[in-house]
Structure formats: structure tokens, C-alpha cells
Ligand binder design. Structure first.
Ligand code: DAH
Length: 431
């Protein structure tokens, strides 16, 4: 949240995507004193309560944890990168990952612990989803920094859904996903063996505690190298990047990393050196550290050329099937899914007995005859006859036009041409 990055997440409500939920029941108007149920927990409502059933229906979807979801792929790649970059002396990952923290946080967690002033615009009721005057749906994953640091963690990632109220467009949605990274260092991490020498201090001796310039330099070098490495890991070695000075109440100095894509500079993340007072709020002493926060949707949209943030919530197989692969680093050039309903036709045939059949040849035939009308084609069933020993395949072809409704008749015509060509070219026997 906060000033500079605010625009990027100005989230919007899109009624057409409303999704009824099994997990939450909440009325849209409240009388002070009513209980509200959020994520299976009960909270008292008051004059600040403004969560809606629509917004709560997104909770528990956990797109970042859903296998093969594009947000899950990106999140896996980020985790893998951080695991590989920071190792314990025994060679295991240094960072811990927290991806299932409950999204209801206190105003203390979301704002106060991060030094966000009492009158800051980012606290407004019109910008957040309040459960009541003391609790809200987290507006950023930074809300968990202090509680995790207080638990004694010093290298961690928080991954989760965050909630903000705002207007509507293709790059803003009231729920999106962030990754937060925090790394704390001790004096000996910063200075190595020289730690005993008096002049090596973490903070300047006079005035209110400020980081020693050497500390800033060490942290800044590690932070920037880490995040540049992350951007090149995802966007490729040749991607152009630049650092821009930024302002966040909880870090100083602060920066944003911009990446040049299609001749445009795009802000990809915010980061900085954690303010000493933030560490003190978490009862952490004798440590210094850095933090960063990034929006998963933004990274996924840029990486996969996804033009509209709303599609992440789609359950349409036309969308989801484009991301079904086990290596999260697989390249995808996203194809927009048609609004029109698909026509689904199956085709079953006996394979020729000479084992000359290759599924790839069949897919080629489907693509060359069906062209852009074919959205998906996949094997749904196969079996071998116990007596004849012959094998049969059944494929499903999903036909859908980008701009208009397809009639079943025209789909049938294409489908029977596919049947004929498969029979003659591949020697199969259609059943
Ligand atoms: N919480 C910020 C936001 O949502 C992003 C951010 C900026 C996180 C700087 C950080 C940070 O940890 O150091 O816009």
C-alpha cells in the first residue's frame, strides 16, 4: 500500500464475477453488535464493518496454492529462487514460507506496526475491507512482518491474498496476491569476523538510532542483487531494469524495481531497508534487515501476456488448461478465452495394429482442420480389448469461437472432416 505503489493495486469490484461461497455467510448490511463470520471465525461488527459477501466469497479460493494456477507457478518460482539463493551452513533453504496465514489482521498489524500514520489515506474505510474498527482483511502481506519477526524468524516469505477497495479496470481487482520477503542480519552477518571491534556498529552512536552507512550499503547490495536476480530468473537474462527511489513508511531508504517490457517501464516491486522502529515493534534487537513486496498478478500478467486481471478467478478450462504443466518455468503465451460457450465433441477410434499410430499426428490433423475453432484437444480414455488385443483411444475436442456462437451443425461438419482425415491418414477405425 502507501503512496507510490498505490495505483498499481487500486482494486475494483466486478459484480459479474461474483462467486457464491460455501465457507462464508455474511449479510451486506450490519447492525452494530451483529456477528460477522469470516473464514470460519466470528467477529463483532460495528460502524466500520464494510466487508461484503462478494468479497468474502474470494477467501479460501487460495489461487496461489491451487496446483497449475498461473499464480501458483509464479509463486513456486519465487520460492525456488529464494531457496536456492540463501542456504544454511548445512545447505538447506534459509527462508521459511508462510502461505496460509489467516487474512483477517488487526489495524495494529496492517498499519501501526509498520509506522503508517494514524491519519494516513491508506487507512480509509473507503480503501479497505474492515471487519470492524480493530480488524480488517489485510491490505498487504507486510501486515505479517512483525508477528513473524517476533516469533524469532529472520528469513521468511509471506504469500497470500490481500484485499483493497477501489474502482474497476482490467488491471485492478479487489483481491489480489502478494509475496513479502524479509531478511534480518546480525552484526556478525554484516561485519563477518571483525565483529568484536568497537567501531563496527549497526547504528550510529548519536541521536535516534539510524543505520550505520556501511550497514545500509551491505543490505542494499544484497537486496538489489537478490531482486535483480529474481527478475532475470523470471523475465530472462536480457531484461532491462532500473531502480527508482520510493517512499514507504516502514522502510528507509526505499526503492522500486522497474522492468522494461514492450518498450515500457513497469514497476514490479517495492523494497527497502527495514526501519529500526519496525524491528523494535516486533521486540527484535541487535538486528538489521531488508524487506520487499510484490504483486503476483502483475508478474503473471507480464510474464504470460494476460491482458485482464479478472481471468485469474476464472474456472473456465479454456483458461486453466493453458497452465497445466509440471515445470513452473514453462513458457506460456496466453491466448484469450472466448466468452462464448464451447461445443464439445468426442472422437473414439481403434488404433491400427501395426503400432504406427502417434498421438502427435492426430493432434496435427485436428489443428490443421479445426484451426482456431479448436480450443483444446486431449485424451479422455483408452483401453485395450482383452480378446482382440486392439487398443482404442477416445479424445475430446473443445470447439469454441473467439467472436461468435458456434452452431452444433458447423462443429459437426468440422468434426466429421477430422474423422475422415484421421481414418485415411492414420489408418484408424472410427468407432
Ligand atoms: N506493502 C507494500 C505495498 O503493498 C509493498 C512493499 C514495499 C513491501 C516495500 C515491502 C517493502 O516489504 O519494503 O504496496
Amino acid at each position: 500500500m502507501v503512496v507510490v505503489t498505490r495505483n498499481f493495486h487500486l482494486a475494483k469490484l466486478i459484480p459479474s464475477l461474483s462467486h457464491t461461497s460455501r465457507h462464508f455467510s455474511v449479510k451486506s448490511t450490519y447492525h452494530p453488535g451483529d456477528q460477522v463470520t469470516v473464514g470460519g471465525r466470528q467477529y463483532p461488527s460495528d460502524h466500520m464493518t464494510n466487508i461484503t459477501p462478494h468479497i468474502l466469497s474470494h477467501m479460501g479460493r487460495n489461487l496461489h496454492l491451487q496446483q497449475y494456477h498461473p499464480l501458483c507457478h509464479i509463486s513456486d518460482r519465487i520460492v525456488k529462487y529464494m531457496y536456492g539463493r540463501y542456504l544454511t551452513p548445512r545447505g538447506s533453504p534459509l527462508f521459511s514460507v508462510h502461505s496460509q496465514l489467516h487474512p483477517v489482521v488487526t489495524t495494529q498489524q496492517n498499519f501501526d506496526s509498520l509506522l503508517i500514520p494514524k491519519d494516513h489515506v491508506s487507512r480509509k474505510k473507503s480503501d479497505n475491507f474492515y471487519v470492524n474498527k480493530e480488524q480488517l482483511l489485510r491490505a498487504h502481506t507486510s501486515a505479517h512482518q512483525c508477528e513473524l519477526m517476533r516469533m524469532g524468524l529472520d528469513n521468511f516469505l509471506v504469500i497470500g491474498d490481500v484485499y483493497r477497495r477501489d474502482e474497476i479496470d482490467s488491471s485492478h481487482y479487489p483481491v489480489f496476491h502478494q509475496v513479502e520477503g524479509v531478511r534480518l542480519l546480525t552484526k556478525s552477518d554484516v561485519y563477518g569476523k571483525q565483529q568484536d571491534m568497537k567501531e563496527y556498529e549497526l547504528f550510529t552512536p548519536e541521536g535516534p538510532p539510524t543505520h550505520h552507512p556501511h550497514v545500509i550499503n551491505i543490505l542494499k547490495a544484497d537486496l538489489k542483487d537478490c531482486l535483480q536476480g529474481l527478475a532475470t530468473t523470471l523475465f530472462g537474462r536480457d531484461v532491462e531494469m532500473r531502480w527508482v527511489d520510493a517512499y514507504f513508511p516502514f522502510t528507509h531508504p526505499s526503492w522500486e524495481l522497474e522492468v522494461k517490457l514492450n518498450d515500457q517501464w513497469i514497476e514490479m516491486l517495492g523494497c527497502g531497508i527495514i526501519q529500526h522502529q519496525v524491528l523494535l515493534n516486533a521486540d527484535v534487537e541487535e538486528r538489521v534487515g531488508w524487506a520487499f513486496g510484490l504483486g503476483l498478478e502483475r508478474w503473471a500478467m507480464k510474464l504470460y501476456q494476460i491482458p485482464d486481471i479478472r481471468v485469474f478467478w476464472s474456472t473456465d478450462p479454456g483458461f486453466l488448461s493453458q497452465f497445466v504443466f509440471d515445470d513452473p518455468a514453462t513458457n506460456v503465451n496466453f491466448k484469450v478465452v472466448s466468452k462464448h460457450t464451447p461445443c464439445i465433441n468426442d472422437i473414439s477410434f481403434w488404433l491400427p495394429s501395426d503400432s504406427s499410430y502417434e498421438a502427435a499426428d492426430f493432434y496435427d490433423i485436428v489443428r490443421s482442420i479445426g484451426g482456431n475453432l479448436v480450443e483444446q484437444v486431449y485424451l479422455v480414455d483408452q483401453f485395450t480389448h482383452p480378446h482382440t488385443g486392439r487398443t482404442s483411444h477416445c479424445y475430446r475436442i473443445v470447439y469454441r469461437h473467439m467472436d461468435r456462437i458456434l452452431t452444433q451443425e458447423e462443429v459437426n461438419r468440422v468434426h466429421s472432416r477430422i474423422e475422415q482425415e484421421t481414418t485415411t491418414a492414420l489408418g484408424v477405425t472410427v468407432r
